[in-house]
Design a protein around this ligand. Sequence first.
Ligand code: NAG
Ligand code: NAG
Ligand code: NAG
Ligand code: NAG
Length: 474
Amino acid sequence: MFFLNVIIFLFCIVTVSSKAEKWYSAAIIDRRKTLHNSSNAEFRTNYIQNNEHPFLPLMLIDPKKSNDRRTNFYSAHIFNMKSANSSSESDSVSINYNNTVENLNVLNIVRPKRTKIRKRCPVARPRQMNQLNTKQKPKTRFLEVFQVVEFDHVSCTSSSGLEGTCLPESECIDSGGSTMGTCADGYGTCCVTQFLCDGHSDADTGWFTNPDFPSPSTERLSCTFVLDKASEDITQIRLDFNNFELLPPTDGYCQDDQFIVSGQNINNVIPILCGINSGQHVYIEVGEVDGPINFTFQTVSSDSRLFAIKVTQLTSLDELAAPTGCLQYYTDTQGYLESFNYRDKSDIVIARSPSYLNNLNYAMCIERKAETCSVTYTNSGNMQIVNYDTDGLPVIPPDQAGVEILNCPSDWLLIAATRLCGDRLNDGSVFQDFTVNAPVTDNGAGPIVVWFRSDESYVGVGFKLMYQQNSCNA
Ligand SMILES: *[C@@H]1O[C@H](CO)[C@@H](O)[C@H](O)[C@H]1NC(C)=O
Ligand SMILES: *[C@@H]1O[C@H](CO)[C@@H](O)[C@H](O)[C@H]1NC(C)=O
Ligand SMILES: *[C@@H]1O[C@H](CO)[C@@H](O)[C@H](O)[C@H]1NC(C)=O
Ligand SMILES: *[C@@H]1O[C@H](CO)[C@@H](O)[C@H](O)[C@H]1NC(C)=O
């Protein structure tokens, strides 16, 4: 009966899918005290060696398995920890087991039996222990003490709130990631690749965060992260500003704090950003450069700043890829277009002063959805796009919409080839009363693009527009 205790340990087999392949790895999930006194020398060795590296990639299984995201449990009949060769119980998979983690990566694969699905971690039963003691089936003595859990490389939310990828711990560490919390019911770790100040990486995704994230950083920052292209066919980098709180601009210029992108295609202007841009995103064109691309935060004083930017490298075939030249790209049927530093909400109580920036000239693109024929824009915030004449007087009175070049000579939104500005959104097509907002509909063919331009002086709060793509039958 001593062996009963000895062998009550649980191995956990974790499968992950990488593209079409599925790897299984093993982890000790329940370390009983008696384990180290196992009479099985080989197993004891393995256990001790892998104490600090508990996930062992073991085998590749059935590349054609569907992408079912749920967790499945298999019994351990499909493999045998002891033998380098197949046993009768595990003839579908052979494991070349060397007592080093590195050597476990490459294994022979044959399609395993996949019929034995269990609902929960099975525990060794006396019958099997008897088999063990009598050594009738030494190769399969771990039968049914393994638990197989399958999970995909799905995204997960880490303990710091950043989105990560659910991976076995060892894979996360090998890929240079930080393990932040668990996923897949505790069998995986939420793996986050962090890009830090003065860092350098060629990872295809990662998070560029302030040094003290998720807390704000209060010291002065002069912080550059250098990103190499993950491969030659990377054409764009998407930045998602999960958190972006810097000091606001002064008269439309980022005089105090700056976020600067450099190294991208020479004709791709990424505005220097400051203020609050949480929730915004930008695309950077890098198809014509070899890299690296630098991301720099410069701050002037010891105030609180917070940033967490998801950096995603994209090839032109990626689903997330945007049409060339779009600084922002929206793929939903309905959504919001918002100017930079529009938000008046801070998580860290930083000084706020919503206003767009000077010298902007960029395109917000919207993916045309199937069977939609037009887009309607409505003002959904406190719009203010200002134009002053050469005498420094406003071109149009306050609380009015401006339309076309005489009203909007310097700062304007361009929707359906019409310049729009002022404190209301109204192109005059529905209501002629320019003191009220009115929906603006673009039923033009071709790419759906809203441009925004500003000159080198006079800024207003900006805009937040809701867009809605309309069905062709409407
Ligand atoms: C293992 O066995 C040794 C003696 O063989 C004993 O001193 C020790 O306490 C045992 N360890 C555990 C964890 O039971
Ligand atoms: C495994 O197979 C090889 C040849 O296929 C053989 O030489 C070796 O003895 C086998 N080992 C065991 C433990 O069965
Ligand atoms: C096991 O791994 C060690 C260290 O990497 C290596 O030297 C040895 O050749 C390996 N043995 C087998 C059988 O693969
Ligand atoms: C990027 O940063 C590195 C290191 O700070 C620097 O050597 C390089 O010149 C920078 N490249 C660009 C395009 O700013």
